[in-house]
Design a protein around this ligand. Structure first.
Ligand code: PRP
Length: 177
């Protein structure tokens, strides 16, 4: 762990409250729609697990695996790699894209374009964290959890070079000077 210090940004309690609120909003809109919740791996895995249990309505879960940050990078490369695409049709389905964080927006924009080609009945975006200061591509966030400052953040599924995903809170990463 040498060379990296963490500073708490949101406690597990802060995150639980945000997830519960998002679940209430989504439940109200999708209770009888049997939506497809589409998670963008890997970062979404913790959020998805908590969100679907808080939602407690009939739904289906799918995942895509994308990457925009190469190994060891703390900046998006700007290029999306599809590690694994959708394995089932979403034609005619109500899809909610579940993102841990929208940063530049490049990933979210890519996913929305990818989905629209597959003719879903509707698509909305749920993002737990929004780093709006870094947006390069507009992504409409229909269900937003918490805004984060323009700092590199880890925990609750988010990593720095695959580290820290397991943490229950959200932390800013500080490099030693
Ligand atoms: C992160 C995060 C989002 C994306 C957001 O994924 O999970 O999917 O970046 O960034 P953007 O708005 O700038 O595109 P990452 O590419 O780091 O892969 P990972 O989820 O596997 O860690």
């Amino acid at each position: 762990m040498s060379g990296v210090q963490l500073e708490v940004l949101f406690t597990p309690g802060d995150i639980d409250s945000a997830v519960a609120r998002l679940a209430r909003e989504i439940r109200k809109d999708y209770r009888s729609k049997n939506p497809v919740l589409l998670g963008v791996l890997k970062g979404c895995f913790v959020f998805m697990a908590d969100l679907v249990r808080a939602l407690d309505i009939p739904l289906e879960i799918e995942f895509m695996s994308l990457s925009s940050y190469g190994q060891g990078r703390i900046e998006s490369s700007g290029k999306i790699q599809v590690i694994q695409g959708l394995r089932r049709s979403v034609r005619g389905r109500h899809v909610v894209v579940v993102e841990d964080i929208v940063d530049t927006g490049i990933t979210g924009d890519f996913v929305l374009r990818y989905l629209r080609r597959r003719r879903p009945a509707s698509v909305r975006v749920c993002a737990l964290f929004d780093k709006g200061a870094r947006r390069r591509v507009d992504v409409p966030i229909d269900y937003l959890g918490l805004s984060v400052p323009d700092r590199f953040v880890v925990g609750y599924g988010l990593d720095y070079d695959e580290r820290f995903r397991y943490l229950s809170g959200l932390y800013c990463l500080k490099e030693d000077g």
